[in-house]
Design a protein around this ligand. Structure first.
Ligand SMILES: [Zn+2]
Length: 484
């Protein structure tokens, strides 16, 4: 019995993802016999592009099962869009799960799947559509977990965490006549990878491939020209700044997908996600049709946050517990905000001040409700970003002859030397090594475990000690901030 692995998506952010996959295999072997069990997989899903917008999906299980649930069941998009082939198989929505029920235990079944371009809250989008009709498929949507019967689905009461059993490694094979892009490579015929608790994005279509020094990807050619031009100018600049700050380039190019959903809807909406070195962004809305400095600033910030993760994960043993995600999420916010402020030139200080005022307003209620390290248990995961950004800001200002990158580089080195994951202890030890005052570190540390009687005062004290000139209003809200 193993603990259920489910890599959660945090929008504008995914925690460092599954180290187990994806593995790529590119071979033009899409012929008969190519839909057998993949090596190293407990079950295999073969996804066949039918060429008419639909996919044939064939499951092959090692052991016969009588019922399955989909581990990613949010969004309720399968029923009505996925049709079982033949008799004896039903797809139903049961107690918060999409479930497959069989008349008798079986090891094989097939479905015909029509993509639904939904955007489930807190989860990866199963399909991301580009304006030329091409699409990216998220393979994590095919993961299934065995259950005994409908009674055991009811007993879960919609809580995936209550599921018990063996979570097998899933093999996914995608067969298509279209050109595919997987893991930054163009692939013809067949893409294969394995995953457990997550998946990968596989792109199908003829979208123009953009290859730059630091990234390769598909930028939707339907995107407004000003957005494409801004991406061209800004992305390399983001990578170059980080290479200087982190003192080395990425070992492999990042993989970037930027899809455009058109301008029929008002305003602006977007969804971003990251799996390993792939960054996926999907944007739409009327606000994009005219050049907008605010939107450009937002796009810069979004990509800067995601690219920061790529550098964070380059060295050392990866991230620690969920309760420690303030280290990398907050750190990415601090780095992105600093980087964008620098790109904005004269407008930088005002941007920085306004951004941290927002972080402060979002952080205080989280600290008022309890320790930062248990924010996710109170449904306040946003605190990892907002409070983490403020901790990053304080550390950045308080590091003599250095900044937040100095502390991160020291933490990565400690993580490598000791073969330990990044943790609160390692972060503060690295800060101490970088010369941050021990008293100041103690102040910050108490915000995390709830040891502070008055967290707001504690945070203000830490900002003050770091030499940050901050003004607050009568409601204890941050109004302006100046870096030393
Ligand atoms: Zn993030």
């Amino acid at each position: 019995m193993t603990r259920l692995v489910r890599i959660a998506l945090i929008v504008v952010a995914a925690a460092a993802c599954s180290p187990a996959g994806p593995r790529g295999a590119a071979a033009n072997d899409a012929g008969p016999g190519s839909n057998g069990m993949m090596d190293g997989a407990g079950y295999t899903v073969t996804v066949r592009d039918l060429g008419d917008g639909r996919f044939g999906v064939d499951y092959l299980l090692a052991d016969a099962q009588s019922a399955l649930i989909f581990s990613r069941s949010s969004g309720d998009y399968r029923v009505g869009a996925w049709s079982p082939v033949g008799s004896g198989v039903q797809l139903e929505r049961l107690h918060g799960f999409d479930a497959l029920l069989f008349d008798a235990p079986r090891t094989e079944f097939s479905l015909i799947v029509e993509p639904r371009f939904v955007s489930p809250q807190g989860d990866y989008s199963p399909y991301v559509g580009f304006s030329d009709g091409s699409l990216a498929i998220y393979t994590g949507q095919f993961e299934v977990l065995a259950v005994a019967d409908t009674g055991s689905i009811a007993a879960l009461d919609g809580n995936l965490g209550a599921w018990q059993g063996e979570q097998y490694t899933m093999g996914v094979r995608i067969l298509s006549d279209r050109r595919m892009v997987f893991d930054g490579e163009i692939v013809d015929g067949s893409v294969e990878h394995t995953a457990r608790g997550n998946g990968a994005f596989v792109y199908l279509g003829d979208g123009e491939i953009t290859a730059r020094r630091s990234y390769v990807g598909v930028l939707d050619r339907g995107l407004p020209t000003w957005v494409l031009e801004a991406m061209d100018d800004d992305m390399e600049s983001i990578f170059e700044t980080y290479e200087t700050r982190w003192q080395h380039p990425l070992e492999e190019r990042a993989v970037l997908y930027f899809a455009y959903g058109g301008d029929e809807q008002g305003g602006y909406s977007n969804k971003g996600s990251v799996i390993d070195r792939s960054i996926l962004m999907s944007s739409s809305g009327q606000a994009m049709s005219e050049p907008s400095p605010d939107l450009r600033t937002y796009l810069r910030w979004f990509f800067a946050h995601e690219v920061a993760h790529q550098f964070q994960n380059l060295r050392g043993q990866g991230s620690g517990t969920i309760g420690e995600s303030w280290i990398h999420e907050g750190g990415a916010n601090t780095m992105a905000t600093g980087l964008v402020a620098q790109m904005l030139g004269e407008a930088g200080p005002d941007y920085l001040s306004a951004t941290y005022a927002r972080e402060y307003a979002q952080c205080l209620p989280v600290l008022a409700a309890g320790p930062l390290e248990t924010a996710h248990l109170r449904d306040q995961s946003g605190g990892f970003y907002a409070c983490g950004a403020l901790i990053g800001l304080v550390i950045d200002a308080a590091t003599p002859d250095g900044d937040i990158y100095t502390v991160w580089l020291a933490m990565q080195a400690l993580s490598e030397q000791r073969d330990e994951q990044r943790s609160r202890a390692l972060f503060f030890e690295a800060a101490g090594q970088a010369g941050v005052d021990a008293d100041l570190i103690a102040h910050l540390d108490r915000l995390i475990d709830g040891g502070a009687d008055d967290p707001a005062a504690q945070l203000r004290r830490a900002m003050d000690m770091a030499g940050l000139a901050a003004e607050f209003d009568d409601n204890n809200q941050l109004i302006t901030l100046q870096q030393p």
